[in-house]
Design a protein around this ligand. Structure first.
Ligand SMILES: NC(=O)c1ccc[n+]([C@@H]2O[C@H](COP(=O)([O-])OP(=O)(O)OC[C@H]3O[C@@H](n4cnc5c(N)ncnc54)[C@H](O)[C@@H]3O)[C@@H](O)[C@H]2O)c1
Length: 252
Protein backbone atom coordinates (compact mmCIF):
# COMPACT_ATOMS: atom_id res chain seq x y z
CA UNK A 1 0.00 0.00 0.00
CA UNK A 2 1.58 3.31 -1.02
CA UNK A 3 -1.13 5.57 0.37
CA UNK A 4 -2.20 7.85 -2.46
CA UNK A 5 -5.76 7.47 -1.12
CA UNK A 6 -4.86 7.05 2.54
CA UNK A 7 -7.96 7.19 4.76
CA UNK A 8 -10.26 8.24 1.93
CA UNK A 9 -13.76 6.76 2.14
CA UNK A 10 -15.22 5.76 -1.22
CA UNK A 11 -18.31 4.25 -2.81
CA UNK A 12 -17.91 2.42 -6.13
CA UNK A 13 -21.02 1.39 -8.05
CA UNK A 14 -20.93 -1.45 -10.55
CA UNK A 15 -18.21 -2.95 -8.37
CA UNK A 16 -19.16 -6.57 -9.02
CA UNK A 17 -17.39 -6.65 -12.35
CA UNK A 18 -14.93 -5.16 -14.79
CA UNK A 19 -13.86 -1.56 -14.35
CA UNK A 20 -15.68 -1.07 -11.03
CA UNK A 21 -14.17 -4.17 -9.44
CA UNK A 22 -10.63 -3.31 -10.57
CA UNK A 23 -11.04 0.31 -9.47
CA UNK A 24 -12.10 -0.83 -6.00
CA UNK A 25 -9.08 -3.15 -5.78
CA UNK A 26 -6.62 -0.44 -6.87
CA UNK A 27 -8.19 2.14 -4.55
CA UNK A 28 -7.87 -0.16 -1.57
CA UNK A 29 -4.22 -0.83 -2.49
CA UNK A 30 -3.70 2.92 -2.19
CA UNK A 31 -5.23 3.10 1.28
CA UNK A 32 -8.92 3.80 0.62
CA UNK A 33 -11.90 2.23 2.36
CA UNK A 34 -14.41 1.17 -0.28
CA UNK A 35 -18.12 0.41 -0.21
CA UNK A 36 -18.73 -1.68 -3.34
CA UNK A 37 -22.27 -1.69 -4.68
CA UNK A 38 -24.04 -3.52 -7.51
CA UNK A 39 -27.27 -5.31 -8.40
CA UNK A 40 -25.25 -8.55 -8.74
CA UNK A 41 -25.00 -9.78 -5.16
CA UNK A 42 -22.91 -12.89 -5.76
CA UNK A 43 -20.16 -11.20 -7.74
CA UNK A 44 -20.36 -8.12 -5.54
CA UNK A 45 -19.55 -10.25 -2.49
CA UNK A 46 -16.65 -11.78 -4.45
CA UNK A 47 -15.23 -8.30 -5.00
CA UNK A 48 -15.62 -7.42 -1.33
CA UNK A 49 -13.69 -10.58 -0.43
CA UNK A 50 -10.81 -9.29 -2.58
CA UNK A 51 -10.52 -6.09 -0.53
CA UNK A 52 -8.78 -7.57 2.49
CA UNK A 53 -11.17 -6.21 5.11
CA UNK A 54 -10.97 -2.65 3.78
CA UNK A 55 -14.31 -2.78 2.01
CA UNK A 56 -17.79 -4.28 2.02
CA UNK A 57 -20.54 -4.99 -0.47
CA UNK A 58 -24.03 -3.53 -0.59
CA UNK A 59 -26.77 -4.47 -3.06
CA UNK A 60 -27.81 -1.25 -4.79
CA UNK A 61 -29.75 -0.47 -7.96
CA UNK A 62 -28.38 2.88 -9.17
CA UNK A 63 -31.65 3.74 -10.89
CA UNK A 64 -33.46 3.76 -7.52
CA UNK A 65 -33.37 6.91 -5.39
CA UNK A 66 -34.30 4.92 -2.28
CA UNK A 67 -31.34 2.61 -2.90
CA UNK A 68 -29.03 5.62 -3.22
CA UNK A 69 -30.25 7.05 0.12
CA UNK A 70 -29.55 3.71 1.78
CA UNK A 71 -26.17 3.21 0.10
CA UNK A 72 -24.80 6.64 0.97
CA UNK A 73 -26.15 6.44 4.53
CA UNK A 74 -24.59 3.00 5.01
CA UNK A 75 -21.19 4.09 3.66
CA UNK A 76 -21.17 7.16 5.92
CA UNK A 77 -22.26 5.07 8.93
CA UNK A 78 -19.48 2.53 8.32
CA UNK A 79 -16.65 4.92 7.39
CA UNK A 80 -17.73 8.11 9.19
CA UNK A 81 -17.53 10.08 5.92
CA UNK A 82 -17.74 9.87 2.12
CA UNK A 83 -15.09 11.56 -0.05
CA UNK A 84 -15.06 9.61 -3.31
CA UNK A 85 -17.89 8.37 -5.53
CA UNK A 86 -17.14 6.31 -8.65
CA UNK A 87 -20.25 5.98 -10.82
CA UNK A 88 -19.26 2.85 -12.71
CA UNK A 89 -22.51 0.87 -12.90
CA UNK A 90 -23.85 0.72 -16.40
CA UNK A 91 -25.30 -1.40 -19.14
CA UNK A 92 -23.78 -1.85 -22.53
CA UNK A 93 -24.35 -1.83 -26.20
CA UNK A 94 -27.72 -3.16 -27.32
CA UNK A 95 -27.26 -3.14 -31.11
CA UNK A 96 -29.99 -0.51 -31.35
CA UNK A 97 -30.37 2.18 -33.99
CA UNK A 98 -32.78 5.03 -34.56
CA UNK A 99 -34.93 2.93 -36.91
CA UNK A 100 -35.57 0.05 -34.52
CA UNK A 101 -34.68 1.05 -30.94
CA UNK A 102 -37.73 0.26 -28.84
CA UNK A 103 -38.75 2.18 -25.73
CA UNK A 104 -37.80 -0.59 -23.33
CA UNK A 105 -34.20 -0.70 -24.60
CA UNK A 106 -33.93 3.09 -24.52
CA UNK A 107 -35.39 3.36 -21.00
CA UNK A 108 -33.26 0.54 -19.61
CA UNK A 109 -30.02 2.08 -20.84
CA UNK A 110 -30.97 5.61 -19.79
CA UNK A 111 -32.08 4.44 -16.31
CA UNK A 112 -28.83 2.65 -15.50
CA UNK A 113 -26.33 4.89 -17.28
CA UNK A 114 -27.73 8.40 -17.03
CA UNK A 115 -30.35 8.47 -14.29
CA UNK A 116 -28.03 6.38 -12.11
CA UNK A 117 -25.18 8.87 -12.51
CA UNK A 118 -27.52 11.82 -11.87
CA UNK A 119 -28.91 10.29 -8.67
CA UNK A 120 -25.41 9.40 -7.53
CA UNK A 121 -23.98 12.88 -8.03
CA UNK A 122 -26.96 14.41 -6.23
CA UNK A 123 -26.76 11.99 -3.32
CA UNK A 124 -23.02 12.47 -2.84
CA UNK A 125 -22.91 16.26 -2.55
CA UNK A 126 -24.17 16.61 1.03
CA UNK A 127 -21.90 13.98 2.62
CA UNK A 128 -18.92 15.24 0.62
CA UNK A 129 -19.60 18.78 1.83
CA UNK A 130 -19.69 17.37 5.34
CA UNK A 131 -16.29 15.76 4.75
CA UNK A 132 -14.76 19.03 3.57
CA UNK A 133 -14.71 18.05 -0.10
CA UNK A 134 -14.56 15.11 -2.43
CA UNK A 135 -14.16 13.67 -5.89
CA UNK A 136 -16.89 12.25 -8.13
CA UNK A 137 -15.78 10.11 -11.07
CA UNK A 138 -18.35 9.28 -13.75
CA UNK A 139 -17.77 6.58 -16.35
CA UNK A 140 -18.65 7.99 -19.76
CA UNK A 141 -17.13 6.48 -22.92
CA UNK A 142 -15.47 7.28 -26.22
CA UNK A 143 -19.07 6.91 -27.36
CA UNK A 144 -19.71 10.17 -25.49
CA UNK A 145 -17.33 11.78 -27.98
CA UNK A 146 -18.07 9.83 -31.16
CA UNK A 147 -21.36 8.44 -32.43
CA UNK A 148 -21.98 4.83 -33.44
CA UNK A 149 -24.90 3.99 -35.68
CA UNK A 150 -25.67 0.77 -33.79
CA UNK A 151 -25.37 2.09 -30.22
CA UNK A 152 -28.07 4.75 -30.16
CA UNK A 153 -29.16 4.73 -26.53
CA UNK A 154 -25.67 4.04 -25.21
CA UNK A 155 -24.19 7.01 -27.12
CA UNK A 156 -27.03 9.25 -25.96
CA UNK A 157 -26.64 8.15 -22.33
CA UNK A 158 -22.86 8.55 -22.23
CA UNK A 159 -22.89 11.87 -24.09
CA UNK A 160 -25.29 13.11 -21.44
CA UNK A 161 -23.12 11.75 -18.60
CA UNK A 162 -20.18 13.71 -20.04
CA UNK A 163 -22.06 17.00 -19.86
CA UNK A 164 -23.80 16.14 -16.59
CA UNK A 165 -20.25 15.86 -15.24
CA UNK A 166 -19.29 19.34 -16.41
CA UNK A 167 -22.45 20.89 -14.99
CA UNK A 168 -21.91 19.23 -11.61
CA UNK A 169 -18.26 20.32 -11.63
CA UNK A 170 -19.15 23.96 -12.34
CA UNK A 171 -21.88 24.03 -9.69
CA UNK A 172 -19.56 22.56 -7.07
CA UNK A 173 -16.80 25.02 -7.98
CA UNK A 174 -19.14 28.01 -7.88
CA UNK A 175 -20.44 26.97 -4.47
CA UNK A 176 -16.91 26.62 -3.12
CA UNK A 177 -17.56 23.05 -2.01
CA UNK A 178 -14.10 21.61 -2.74
CA UNK A 179 -15.91 18.84 -4.60
CA UNK A 180 -14.56 17.93 -8.05
CA UNK A 181 -16.39 15.97 -10.73
CA UNK A 182 -14.72 14.37 -13.75
CA UNK A 183 -15.61 11.87 -16.44
CA UNK A 184 -13.52 9.04 -17.85
CA UNK A 185 -14.02 8.17 -21.52
CA UNK A 186 -12.64 4.67 -22.10
CA UNK A 187 -12.25 3.03 -25.46
CA UNK A 188 -13.30 -0.60 -25.75
CA UNK A 189 -12.11 -2.42 -22.65
CA UNK A 190 -11.90 -6.20 -22.38
CA UNK A 191 -14.55 -6.67 -19.67
CA UNK A 192 -17.74 -8.72 -19.37
CA UNK A 193 -19.66 -5.89 -21.03
CA UNK A 194 -17.66 -6.03 -24.24
CA UNK A 195 -17.27 -9.82 -24.12
CA UNK A 196 -21.07 -10.18 -23.97
CA UNK A 197 -21.38 -7.92 -27.00
CA UNK A 198 -18.76 -9.89 -28.93
CA UNK A 199 -20.35 -13.22 -27.92
CA UNK A 200 -23.54 -12.00 -29.55
CA UNK A 201 -21.84 -10.89 -32.75
CA UNK A 202 -18.79 -13.11 -33.37
CA UNK A 203 -14.98 -13.05 -33.24
CA UNK A 204 -14.77 -10.89 -36.35
CA UNK A 205 -16.29 -8.18 -34.16
CA UNK A 206 -13.44 -8.55 -31.63
CA UNK A 207 -10.94 -7.94 -34.45
CA UNK A 208 -12.92 -4.94 -35.66
CA UNK A 209 -13.10 -3.39 -32.19
CA UNK A 210 -9.42 -4.06 -31.51
CA UNK A 211 -8.47 -2.36 -34.77
CA UNK A 212 -10.20 0.85 -33.64
CA UNK A 213 -7.33 1.42 -31.17
CA UNK A 214 -4.04 2.56 -32.75
CA UNK A 215 -2.12 0.99 -29.85
CA UNK A 216 -3.26 -2.36 -31.25
CA UNK A 217 -5.26 -3.76 -28.36
CA UNK A 218 -8.42 -3.22 -26.38
CA UNK A 219 -7.96 -1.72 -22.96
CA UNK A 220 -7.92 -3.74 -19.77
CA UNK A 221 -9.58 -2.85 -16.51
CA UNK A 222 -6.39 -1.53 -14.98
CA UNK A 223 -6.06 1.12 -17.68
CA UNK A 224 -9.19 2.73 -16.25
CA UNK A 225 -8.58 1.81 -12.60
CA UNK A 226 -5.31 3.76 -12.58
CA UNK A 227 -7.14 6.83 -13.90
CA UNK A 228 -9.81 6.40 -11.22
CA UNK A 229 -7.10 6.36 -8.53
CA UNK A 230 -5.57 9.56 -9.94
CA UNK A 231 -8.92 11.38 -10.08
CA UNK A 232 -9.85 10.20 -6.58
CA UNK A 233 -6.53 11.33 -5.16
CA UNK A 234 -5.22 14.74 -4.12
CA UNK A 235 -2.84 14.59 -7.12
CA UNK A 236 -5.75 15.86 -9.24
CA UNK A 237 -6.96 18.79 -7.10
CA UNK A 238 -6.82 21.18 -10.09
CA UNK A 239 -8.76 18.81 -12.36
CA UNK A 240 -12.53 19.24 -12.56
CA UNK A 241 -15.12 19.09 -15.32
CA UNK A 242 -12.63 17.17 -17.45
CA UNK A 243 -13.11 14.21 -19.74
CA UNK A 244 -10.14 11.93 -19.29
CA UNK A 245 -9.82 9.89 -22.46
CA UNK A 246 -8.35 6.39 -21.96
CA UNK A 247 -8.72 4.91 -25.40
CA UNK A 248 -5.42 3.66 -26.87
CA UNK A 249 -5.55 6.49 -29.40
CA UNK A 250 -9.06 5.67 -30.70
CA UNK A 251 -10.18 9.31 -30.83
CA UNK A 252 -6.78 10.73 -31.76
N1 LIG B 1 -16.00 -2.03 -21.16
C1 LIG B 1 -15.94 -1.00 -21.99
O1 LIG B 1 -15.47 -1.13 -23.12
C2 LIG B 1 -16.41 0.35 -21.56
C3 LIG B 1 -16.08 1.44 -22.38
C4 LIG B 1 -16.51 2.70 -22.03
C5 LIG B 1 -17.27 2.86 -20.89
N2 LIG B 1 -17.60 1.80 -20.12
C6 LIG B 1 -18.44 2.04 -18.95
O2 LIG B 1 -17.75 1.64 -17.78
C7 LIG B 1 -18.68 1.17 -16.82
C8 LIG B 1 -18.28 -0.22 -16.35
O3 LIG B 1 -18.30 -1.09 -17.47
P1 LIG B 1 -17.66 -2.56 -17.43
O4 LIG B 1 -16.98 -2.75 -18.72
O5 LIG B 1 -16.94 -2.75 -16.15
O6 LIG B 1 -19.00 -3.43 -17.47
P2 LIG B 1 -19.40 -4.73 -16.64
O7 LIG B 1 -20.62 -5.24 -17.34
O8 LIG B 1 -18.25 -5.63 -16.47
O9 LIG B 1 -19.82 -4.14 -15.22
C9 LIG B 1 -20.94 -3.31 -15.07
C10 LIG B 1 -21.55 -3.59 -13.72
O10 LIG B 1 -22.68 -2.68 -13.54
C11 LIG B 1 -23.68 -3.41 -12.88
N3 LIG B 1 -24.99 -2.77 -13.11
C12 LIG B 1 -25.69 -2.71 -14.26
N4 LIG B 1 -26.84 -2.06 -14.06
C13 LIG B 1 -26.86 -1.70 -12.75
C14 LIG B 1 -27.78 -0.99 -11.93
N5 LIG B 1 -28.97 -0.54 -12.41
N6 LIG B 1 -27.47 -0.78 -10.63
C15 LIG B 1 -26.30 -1.23 -10.12
N7 LIG B 1 -25.39 -1.94 -10.83
C16 LIG B 1 -25.68 -2.15 -12.14
C17 LIG B 1 -23.61 -4.81 -13.46
O11 LIG B 1 -24.23 -5.77 -12.62
C18 LIG B 1 -22.10 -5.01 -13.58
O12 LIG B 1 -21.56 -5.63 -12.42
C19 LIG B 1 -20.06 1.22 -17.48
O13 LIG B 1 -20.69 2.43 -17.12
C20 LIG B 1 -19.71 1.22 -18.95
O14 LIG B 1 -20.72 1.80 -19.73
C21 LIG B 1 -17.19 0.54 -20.42
Amino acid sequence: MTGRLRHKAALVTGGASGLGRQSAIRMVEQGALVCVTDIDGERGEQTAAMLGGRGFFLRHDVSSEADWDRAVRTAVDRFGKLQVLVNCAGVGLANDNIADCDDAVWDGIMDANLHGAFLGCRAAIAPMRGAGGGSIVNLASVLALRGASDALAYCASKGAVRLLTKSVALHCAREGTNIRCNAICPGYMDTNMVRAFIDGTGEEERRRLTALHPLGRMGDADDVAHMVVYLASDESTFVTGAEMVVDGGYTA
